[in-house]
Design a binder for this molecule. Structure first.
Ligand SMILES: [Zn+2]
Ligand SMILES: [Zn+2]
Length: 269
C-alpha cells in the first residue's frame, strides 16, 4: 500500500475562549484553549485528496473569526490548483469545513449520506442545530448531487487503498473521520469528532453536539482506528497541532505542517 503525504494548513483562529466553550460543564480548569482552523491534504503520486474546504473570508468576517487566508488559495502553497482538485472529502458540512465549494469546479465531494439527510431534514428547523451551517454551502452541495458530483459514503467506506472514511456522528448527524495510510502508519483526521485532544482523551464532549452518546462512542472509534495511539490522532481545531508537528519548510512556519512524521516532544499515548 503506497503511503500518502499528509499536511495540515491552518487558515484561521478563534479566541480567547472560556473552558465552557470547549467542554460541556467546563470543569477541566487548565484547558481553556483557543481554536485553530484547518484544512488537510493527503497527497500521493496517483491521487490528491483535499479534506474539508474551510470557510470564505465573508463568512469569517460575519462570524467574527480571526481569518488568515482563504484555503482555496492556500493550497497553492503545496502546488495544488483548486481548479484541478478532483476529490474533496467533507468531514461534515459546518461553515468552517464546507465553504467556498464553487472554487473547485472539477471536484467530486465525498460526504456521508446521513450528513446530507441531516442538513436537508427536520433537524434544520432547530436554530441551535442549524447555526453551524451556511445555507449557501448546503444548497451548493444539493446542486452538486444533481450534477453527479457527490459520492455518498455509508458508515465505513474505503475510498481508495490507504484512505478510508468512518461515520461517527455525534457532533452532527453524519460527521465522519478520515483514516490515511502514511509512512508512519495510519493517521486519523478526527476533524470535529474531537475538536481538541482533550475532548477525546478525557471523554469530555465539546458543547456543539447533536448526540452525546455518539460523540462518546466516536472517541473510542477514533482511538481504535489510530491503533491505540493518540500520536496518530489529529483533532479538528487544536492549536497544539501546529506546535507538535514540523512546518513543511521555514517559509511556511505557522501555516503548513506535516502530519506524516511523528510529533515532536512528548505526547505519547
Ligand atoms: Zn463542526
Ligand atoms: Zn469545525
Amino acid at each position: 500500500m503506497q503511503p500518502f503525504e499528509l499536511f495540515a494548513i491552518k487558515y484561521a483562529r478563534n479566541g480567547p475562549r472560556k473552558v465552557g466553550q470547549n467542554v460541556i460543564g467546563g470543569d477541566l480548569h487548565e484547558m481553556g484553549s483557543d481554536l485553530d482552523y484547518f484544512v488537510w491534504i493527503a497527497k500521493r503520486a496517483d491521487r490528491v485528496f483535499l479534506i474539508d474546504t474551510g470557510m470564505s473570508a465573508e463568512t469569517a468576517k460575519r462570524r467574527g473569526e480571526d481569518f488568515a487566508r482563504v484555503p482555496a488559495d492556500a493550497i497553492r502553497l503545496l502546488d495544488l490548483d483548486p481548479g484541478k482538485i478532483e476529490d474533496i472529502i467533507l468531514t461534515h458540512l459546518h461553515y468552517d469545513h464546507a465553504g467556498t465549494l464553487s472554487r473547485y469546479p472539477n471536484a467530486r465531494f465525498h460526504v456521508q449520506q446521513t450528513e446530507m439527510e441531516y442538513v436537508t431534514g427536520p433537524c434544520m428547523c432547530s436554530k441551535l442545530l442549524r447555526r453551524g451551517y451556511e445555507v449557501d454551502d448546503v444548497v451548493h452541495l444539493v446542486k452538486s448531487v444533481f450534477a453527479d458530483r457527490v459520492a455518498f459514503a455509508h458508515e465505513d467506506c474505503e475510498i481508495t487503498s490507504g484512505l478510508t472514511v468512518h461515520r461517527v456522528g455525534g457532533h452532527t448527524g453524519g460527521s465522519q473521520v478520515v483514516r490515511v495510510w502514511t509512512k508512519r502508519g495510519w493517521v486519523v483526521l478526527a476533524s470535529d469528532a474531537s475538536h481538541l485532544y482533550l475532548n477525546a482523551r478525557n471523554a469530555a464532549p465539546f458543547p456543539s453536539v447533536y448526540r452525546v452518546d455518539e460523540m462518546m462512542a466516536g472517541y473510542r472509534t477514533i482511538f481504535r482506528l489510530a491503533e491505540g495511539s493518540w500520536d496518530h490522532v489529529i483533532p479538528g481545531h487544536d492549536p497544539l497541532v501546529m506546535k507538535m508537528y514540523p512546518a513543511l519548510n521555514e517559509a511556511l512556519e505557522g501555516v503548513v505542517v506535516r502530519l506524516d512524521v511523528p510529533p515532536r516532544g512528548e505526547f505519547a499515548a
